[in-house]
Design a protein around this ligand. Sequence first.
Ligand code: GBH
Length: 449
Amino acid sequence: SAWMPPTEPMAFPKGYTWGAATSSFQIEGALTADGRGPSVWDTFAALPGKIADRSTGDPAADQYHRYADDVALMSSLGLGAYRFSISWSRVLPTGAGDVNQAGLDYYRRLVDALVGAGIRPAITLFHWDLPQALQDAGGWATRDTAARFADYAAICFDALGDSEADWLTVNEPKTHAFVGHWYGTHAPGLRKADAAAAAVHHQLLAHGLAVQRFRDSGAPGRIGAALNLIPVIATEPDYPEAATFTDARENRLFLDPVLKGSYPDDAIGDRPGQLPADPAAFAALQQPGDLEVISAPCDLLAIQYYGVTGVDGIGNTVEVAPTSLASWQQIDPQGLYDLLVRLKDEYPAIPLIITENGIPDPTGDLTVDDPDRIEFLRAHLQQAARAIGDGVPLEGHYVWSLLDNFEWAEGYTQRWGIVAVDFETQERTPKKSAGFFSDVIAANAVARD
Ligand code: GBH
């Protein structure tokens, strides 16, 4: 039976981090400004039939030109933290070689504005917008990309690492590997499970190498990976294997190497629910010492939580919870509690933060009246507070997203912001959920209703 929130407001620990998240390609626009090079998403969005409304990342929410106003908006909402990502191809237009100082300077201005406003930066180094030149050289299917990432990360730590920040190495390596390299509906649009498996290993290697470079840099602050995790519910309890394999593929394939230094042996293969790549080829990618690198001690684990999935006896997805305009999303606040407790129980003690959590508005129309999002956030915050009460070391919660933005293959047809963006005028208007979130922040507590 469903857990019921207490009648009294549920308080969060002192110093709890309250934030909102975005990513570079989804909000910046200005795709050719100041020497930025193209990324795989520039290329992919230009192909016919890939983006629902035939849109591109230009101008998106134009944050490249409007960051100062956006920081003021964050202040007015009371946000304590802002998670954004760096566009690798602004800093290194071809992914390697000479630094494009004008591109790097943009992030310096943004960090300075945030720090000046008392807002802690949470900086993602890779949120899927790989420089196109690196894709042309083989992308994440090749090992060299991990080394290029480490060099890029070190440049960012040197240039921007002087103030306290949280650094996220790779955003949802699973989504980039699977949706980009196996399903082919995200950039770079490949449809090869073996490429997806290689992209898993090389992104995780990139994560570990970046953690090492972060320690070498002596930068203050913390570092970790941002993993999207999803409770898998077996809908045919007599035939649970497919759900177990799906859990391996969706969750343990990423958690185990980062936190335990080993890959699970049941995530890849030709059984229902597995990533259908060649296990021997995957093993052959791994060089001695790789798993030590990948499991380099982190300061935090960043979790992105959108809901659960049901899996039947032969590996089909089953709807077990209400969906949203995003048909893949099955909303289950209690699943967040279950996930947090599982992480506490099954993985070594590591501080946790939720770096994404949200829903799209029910239609793609511009609106500021978003009761569904308020109920979604309220219910998830209650489950987070409940988990903290049960000993989970959860330290913060970021809403996805600060702004309506370019929702990848869905273009501008899904609005995920707590702040509405009119894409004609770029006018920002906080939705009612922004007011709700502000009130939670001010109280450092979530009420029952
Ligand atoms: C996050 O991913 C992203 O980090 C963020 O950029 C994005 O805007 C936000 O969520 C909202 O989508 O190919 O149909 O099987 C969320 C997790 C995991 C959702 C992969 C889509 C694949 C859907 N994503 N999933 S499908």
